[in-house]
Design a protein around this ligand. Structure first.
Ligand SMILES: Cc1ncc(COP(=O)(O)O)c(C=O)c1O
Length: 321
């Protein structure tokens, strides 16, 4: 696609199908896009972003990659896997408390051969990254630094391409979607989907369900990122804030803390569809879907875009059951 190098690391296209039992339960036509099955060490949305991010890293001749996130970051885990696959040295600077058990994503980060550096907060992470970057550069490893969530214009290109994938699947199935619902953290997934939809001239209503940031802030970040991506790939930067539909009503008690609605969503998707949601991202997006279905505020064909995250289940069992 476009003028960006892409390495093949994700299993694509991901499945798209109607969730029959959940649809019957809700009295609504609900479809799912299975980006929890993108491969790359247990799936998730970052596999798509990393195809372009590591493409750029390899173009730049980098021998090492640095990224950051929370201690249970899915992005960190998939970056570790993508680096293993591409023969790049991977450094993860993760924000965590004093005792961080080797569970969930952190266990996988270590198994995948990443060097894990635990820091206390974002300030310490930034200082650590600067120092590490200088050290790796001095060693001739030309580090490629990926910000939180991989949400740069290059990373968001993964979801621009994903929108093209959905468009061709929709045509094959003879179906169009009235609303597409997904979890939004750093806004890269939303920005890529929006940029893709604008280029295709299709107008599905995208709804990003914030898991952490206030809607106004996330909207601004998303529109800026969408426009930076559009410019990067040679299209006019035509996204406006009114194109970005975001809700912050389903964050619950806070980032990474499951709400009662999220727990109910995990239970329903598992019992009715055999689909595993995660408590930090996808269960909150599904909680928004369930809420709107119960209120009768969504109609037509609804697509739930599953963005992954299931390894976190194994680090938060007691908070979910
Ligand atoms: C499972 C899962 N879903 C959704 C997101 C949000 O994606 P984005 O940061 O592109 O908004 C993330 C980001 O870490 C994630 O891990």
């Amino acid at each position: 696609m476009m003028n960006l190098r892409r390495v093949k690391i994700a299993s694509l296209p991901t499945d798209l199908y109607r969730m029959n039992r959940l649809s019957d339960y809700l009295g609504l036509d609900v479809y799912i896009k299975r980006d929890d099955n993108t491969g790359l060490a247990l799936g998730g949305n970052k596999a798509r972003k990393l195809e372009f991010l590591l493409g750029e890293a390899l173009d730049k001749g980098s021998k090492s990659v640095i990224t950051t996130g929370a201690v249970q970051s899915n992005h960190a885990r998939q970056t570790a896997a993508a680096c293993a696959l591409s023969g790049l040295e991977c450094h993860l600077v993760l924000e965590g408390g004093k005792s961080v058990p080797n569970q969930g994503n952190l266990l996988l980060d270590r198994l995948l051969g990443a060097e894990v550096h635990i820091v206390k907060d974002e300030d310490e992470a930034n200082m650590y990254i600067n120092a590490l970057q200088a050290k790796l550069a001095a060693e001739g490893k030309n580090p490629y630094v990926i910000p939180v969530g991989g949400s740069t214009p290059v990373g968001a290109a993964g979801y621009f391409a994903a929108m093209m994938e959905l468009f061709s699947q929709s045509r094959e199935h003879g179906i169009s979607f009235d609303k597409i619902i997904f979890a939004s953290g750093s806004g890269g997934t939303h920005a890529g989907l929006l940029a893709g939809a604008l280029c295709l001239g299709v107008a599905p209503s995208l709804l990003g369900v914030s898991v952490s940031r206030a809607a106004a802030l996330l909207r601004r970040q998303t529109v800026d990122l969408a426009n930076a991506l559009l410019s990067r790939v040679g299209f006019p930067a035509l996204a406006t804030p009114s194109d970005v539909n975001v809700t912050d009503q389903f964050i619950g008690p806070g980032y990474g803390v499951p709400s009662d609605e999220a727990k109910e969503a995990i239970r329903l998707f598992a019992h009715l569809e055999g689909v595993l949601l995660d408590p930090v991202y996808t269960a909150k997006a599904a909680a928004a879907l369930l809420h709107m279905a119960k209120e009768g505020t969504i109609q037509g064909n609804i697509l739930f875009w599953h963005t992954g995250g299931s390894p976190v289940l194994f680090a938060m069992g007691d908070q979910i059951i």
